[in-house]
Design a protein around this ligand. Structure first.
Ligand SMILES: [Zn+2]
Ligand SMILES: [Zn+2]
Length: 174
């Protein structure tokens, strides 16, 4: 058994039986990177098994959100997108209105600010969403995007580590 299905098993309530359809949907979803719409997931599932209905995919997505396997993100397109939270640290998004691409970033400063604001009001934060809408560099300049290599990659790794440590310390479960 691979570690992602072990992870999914650990989320299943005790005594609930495995559903092979649901397991297939979850496994296909966990193999994707990026931000999928429900219909994009339906397409991917149909390639593996024609018999799985759209309603089953939708229901399973909802279950994954409740179980903490998936995060629902709204990029202001009038429909939700889903990304998995398994081994995928909480992050924020920059969304380009021209090309519709989204860029992820991490910020332990923003995380700390959210906690500070919530704590000041005795508020128990469950989820926070930060989306920055605008125009990406490539769309502004007409030049292809410089790939995220080297320094940004290192920054990402460093921030991921800082957030992991901060999350552990706060005892919050993201
Ligand atoms: Zn763009
Ligand atoms: Zn994302």
């Amino acid at each position: 058994m691979d570690s992602s299905s072990a992870y999914v098993d650990s989320l299943r309530p005790a005594g609930s039986k495995r559903s092979s359809k649901r397991d297939l949907i979850v496994n296909v979803f966990l193999r994707q990177e990026g931000h999928l719409t429900a219909d994009e997931l339906v397409e991917l599932i149909r390639r593996e098994d024609q018999r799985i209905s759209r309603a089953t995919v939708y229901r399973t997505l909802q279950w994954m959100v409740e179980a903490g396997i998936a995060r629902k993100v709204d990029f202001g397109e009038g429909r939700f997108r889903f990304e998995h939270s398994y081994r995928h640290p909480r992050h924020f998004h920059l969304i380009c209105k021209e090309c519709n691409r989204s860029f992820e970033f991490l910020s332990s400063d923003i995380e700390a600010l959210v906690e500070e604001v919530a704590a000041a009001r005795g508020f128990a934060p469950r989820q926070s969403v930060l989306q920055i809408h605008g125009t990406c560099e490539a769309c502004q300049t007409g030049r292809p995007q410089v790939t995220d290599e080297g320094v940004p990659e290192l920054l990402f790794a460093r921030d991921a580590l800082r957030i992991a440590i901060a999350t552990e310390r706060s005892g919050l479960d993201f």
